[in-house]
Design a protein. Structure first.
Length: 495
């Protein structure tokens, strides 16, 4: 604890964002380059070294947060990097993409703004790359055992890196033409530039992990054939079966799923396309769904030059402060949060009819109507109460010639045949069933991440990847020294 009074004398200061008018003209990350390091040591000083760090429990990775806060406050970046990488394979990803449940569990957050844990984590990750603290860690010797990992999202990459470092020969199979899963084509460039992903992939290649892109298991390679090639298989395909909106008019042209829209915008940034064939340019856009994916669509549509953008959230607008009755500390509270995309929409006034920024809260879609050509032209909504029952007399109509559905995901997609070919059991909610050792009912086949847990956060995805790697290592070798931060049945803290 470098400054015992730091939490009393230093106010919370976050990584500043670039001006809205500047950042919406490009796809670069929204933060001011170089503005984090000058402030982060003092921010790390705010850590209380509280003795019972609930931030550990709030983070499924078990990050040693007070330890690396102390090291950053002393500007011992190498040691801080070592402590952070001891529990997290990809801190530069989580430092940008995680909603920071650790900050909700910060003891200081009981009566003050929490320590900027997420910013400190991001600073350590970036500084580690700049200073060369994260060289490839190839195994000293190989085990002679082989593992196939299906999916290259955060779960698959974490599992593959852990297993490679344990000495196994690992091949990662990815159905897309580039690696990264939703981090590649689902996360917009303004939230995480893909150079961060590329350098991790290069590190993994240097360590010995093999990658096979444009390969759909179940279609390009049969599941039985894959099983015969490898000693173990890890399913880490994520939860990509999107939820639908079964209302009148859904069949109209111009209504798309968010994950049909976002990948095309990312391909423009990758240089594959000059202009997205599903661009929001010049359109009245309505996004149905109030979560992070909807916010990603919002920021993307703003950058593409939409005439207007509104976002519908079926939940009531939360308050600015934690409700101690429903969301007591240290649980993750439902409070009003202003993401970078919502800040942009607010300042640019993209949705004049919205309750706040671009969002209409407690709003439920009734139907869509279109023109004689079958093109959607308007969305009809109604306000709902806490039980999602329509409130009489609150009907409204929004102009909408481009609608994006961001309603989340129910489980893994079964269209490629992988699940049926393997014969793995399924849970009633549509996810893949597994035992306490992450194993499915198919011999030698394990499952981790959203495919089994259901839609979750990137920290849970990485924790699942690390834990399934330990389970696979134990299956192959009889024992394992790899860390297993969570069990398949662990869940976020709730009341």
């Amino acid at each position: 604890m470098a400054d015992p009074k730091g939490f009393m004398t230093t106010p919370r200061q976050e990584w500043p964002r670039r001006p809205v008018e500047e950042r919406v003209r490009d796809w670069d990350e929204v933060y001011v380059p170089g503005a984090l390091l000058p402030i982060i040591s003092k921010q790390a000083d705010r850590c209380m070294d509280c003795g019972v760090p609930f931030c550990h429990d709030a983070c499924p990775l078990g990050n040693l947060i007070p330890e690396w806060n102390d090291l950053v406050s002393r500007e011992d970046w190498r040691a801080a990097s070592d402590r952070l990488h001891a529990t997290n394979n990809f801190p530069e990803f989580t430092g940008r993409l995680c909603p920071a449940p650790c900050e909700a569990g910060c003891v200081l957050a009981i009566n003050q703004p929490a320590v900027t844990i997420k910013n400190v984590e991001c600073a350590i990750g970036d500084r580690a790359w700049e200073e060369g603290f994260v060289p490839p860690r190839a195994p000293d010797r190989l085990s002679g055992r082989t593992v196939a990992v299906i999916g290259s999202g955060p779960t698959g990459l974490a599992a593959a890196q852990q297993l490679t470092r344990a000495g196994h020969t690992v091949a990662v199979y990815e159905k897309d033409d580039r690696l990264g899963g939703l981090m590649r084509y689902g996360i917009p460039e303004f939230k995480m530039e893909k150079r961060h992903l590329e350098r991790r992939l290069e590190q993994m290649r240097a360590e010995g992990t093999k990658f096979r892109t444009s390969t759909t298991i179940g279609r390009d390679i049969g599941a039985a054939e894959l099983q015969s090639r490898y000693d173990a298989v890890v399913i880490a395909t994520g939860a990509t079966a999107w939820r639908e909106l079964p209302v009148p008019g859904r069949e109209l042209t111009g209504i798309h799923q968010a994950m049909e829209y976002l990948p095309l915008a990312n391909r423009v940034c990758e240089g594959d396309l000059e202009v997205s064939p599903m661009s929001a340019t010049g359109r009245h856009v309505v996004i149905v769904g109030g979560g992070d994916t909807g916010a990603d669509c919002l920021g993307t549509a703003v950058r593409e030059g939409a005439v207007s953008v509104s976002q519908l959230d079926i939940y009531a607008q939360p308050g600015a402060e934690r409700d101690e009755e429903t969301d007591p500390w240290p649980t993750y509270p439902k409070v009003y949060r202003l993401s970078a995309a919502h800040e942009e929409a607010r300042d640019l006034e993209t949705a004049p009819a919205a309750d706040a920024d671009a969002r209409l809260f407690a709003a439920s879609t009734l139907r869509f109507t279109g023109d004689e050509r079958g093109q959607v032209r308007s969305l009809h909504l109604v306000e709902v109460d806490a039980a999602r029952r329509p409130v009489p007399g609150t009907g409204r109509t929004l102009p909408a010639d481009f609608v994006l559905l961001a309603l989340g995901f129910s489980g893994p997609d079964r269209e490629d045949g992988l699940i049926d070919q393997l014969g793995v059991a399924m849970e009633p909610r549509g996810t893949i069933a597994r035992d306490r050792g992450f194993a499915t009912n198919a011999p030698g086949v394990f499952v981790a991440g959203d495919a089994a847990r259901g839609q979750s956060l990137i920290v849970w995805a990485i924790a699942e990847g690390r834990a399934v790697a330990a389970a696979v290592d134990r299956y192959l070798m009889g024992s394992s020294r790899l860390p297993a931060p969570i069990s398949p049945y662990d869940r976020p803290m709730t009341v």
